[in-house]
Design a binder for this molecule. Structure first.
Ligand code: NIG
Ligand code: FE
Length: 380
């Protein structure tokens, strides 16, 4: 079964061999899809025959967004904490414990329903690949069911074994880490692709983060880290040292952090919607890009710091607040996200790629940043 999409006003392929610039832009283009894969890309006038045809009528087509950082397995919400922040209280990692209590009390069905609700939001806003973390259970039982639900519904599941020391381990974070290493990781690793830890004041120290990530890696998981979000800690350096696919947040970086990233294959994933919702400092995207670091953008949907699933919003924010160009922001939200997940089949529309097409109700991808807040995703 094949489908051709013709009369695409502007096609973003993210393949510089197919079109202009880093985005591999083509005008008056077409593509053919067969069995869920892109099989042909070229000028609309030369499009081969297909079983079915779709006329894009001059609209722009982009690859689906790739969300490499989300926390969807949770119960409850924290609007009151948001209100407190917006009326003067600073964000601290401790609010996570409110969601841990609600998540532990929720049924598997309630958690799965929440995940599918949020995945539906992501998809309607143009996201076709979503990584999903556990992290609001923090017991073997609750992390196991969280990661199993994430794996069942999302594209990639991450065991966020060390999110924040749970209340029963208050003042005993080392004991918690020992339990994670000895019990949680062995039980959960078969159900996850990645291990993650929140290296931050109020969450886990550099030594604790390293212990968790090394144990996850030894159990066969790829590494990702919540790093340098609120303070210039050691998360980024630990991530690079352990060959993390991605270090995420990166709001407070030293020159040594930037150099280490530039010489590595680790992606810096920026989550400006979290900084927006916490009124914290935005990361310096220009410094990273100018140093040659691969930058991804994510929405970081979670009930505490970033309760949004809108990658178009993140793109608009990245262009305004992080001073990324519209092209850099779109690349980072698509192929950048794929790199952060070490995926080669998504985030671009070269022949062989997964046929994750987003038709915009707009003539150009520029409208994603030019028309902030407007739902421009016509068809996924
Ligand atoms: O990515 N930084 C840690 N984890 C989440 C926040 C989780 C929460 O506050 O519930 C984040 O921002
Ligand atoms: Fe996060």
């Amino acid at each position: 079964m094949s489908l051709s999409v013709v009369n695409i006003g502007e096609l973003v392929t993210n393949d510089p061999n197919l079109g202009a610039g880093t985005l591999g832009l083509l005008r008056d283009a077409a593509l053919v899809v067969e069995d869920g894969r892109v099989v042909w890309v070229g000028p609309s006038s030369r499009c081969p025959d297909a079983d079915e045809n779709l006329d894009a009528a001059g609209a722009a087509v982009i690859p689906g967004f790739v969300e490499s950082h989300s926390h969807l397995v949770f119960a409850g919400e924290r609007a009151a904490e948001f209100e407190a922040r917006m009326t003067g209280q600073p964000y601290a990692a401790g609010g996570i414990r409110t969601t841990i209590a609600a998540t532990r009390a929720a049924s598997d069905l309630a958690l799965a329903t929440n995940v599918t609700r949020l995945l539906g939001e992501y998809r309607r806003a143009g996201t076709t690949t979503v990584e999903c973390k556990s992290g609001y259970g923090q017991t073997v039982h609750d992390e196991l069911r969280s990661v199993s639900i994430a794996r069942c519904h999302a594209d990639d599941a991450t065991l966020l074994a060390a999110h924040v020391p749970p209340p029963e381990y208050a003042g005993r974070a080392d004991d918690y880490v020992r339990m994670v290493v000895d019990e949680m990781i062995p039980a959960c690793a078969p159900h996850a692709a990645w291990i993650d830890a929140f290296c931050e004041r109020g969450a886990f120290s550099a030594e604790q983060t390293r212990a968790v990530l090394e144990a996850g890696r030894a159990a066969g998981l790829g590494v990702r880290v919540h790093a340098n979000q609120l303070t210039a800690g050691e998360g980024v350096r630990i991530g690079v040292e352990l060959d993390a696919a991605s270090v995420d947040h990166c709001c407070h970086l030293t020159d040594a952090d930037v150099d280490a990233l530039a010489q590595s294959t680790t992606v810096a994933t920026l989550l400006p919607a979290a900084d927006f919702s916490t009124r914290n400092a935005y990361p310096d995207a220009r410094r990273l890009l100018d140093a040659g670091v691969t930058v991804a953008l994510g929405a970081d949907c979670n009930p505490g710091t970033s309760y949004t699933t809108s990658m178009p919003f993140v793109i608009a924010l990245a262009v305004q607040a992080l001073r990324m160009s519209p092209a850099e922001a779109l690349w980072s939200a698509t192929l950048g996200g794929a790199r952060a997940l070490r995926r080669t089949d998504v985030g671009h529309l070269s022949p062989g790629a997964r046929a994750d097409l987003v038709l915009l109700d707009a003539p150009s991808y520029l409208h994603l940043a030019y028309r902030p807040g407007v739902p421009l995703v016509g068809r996924v």
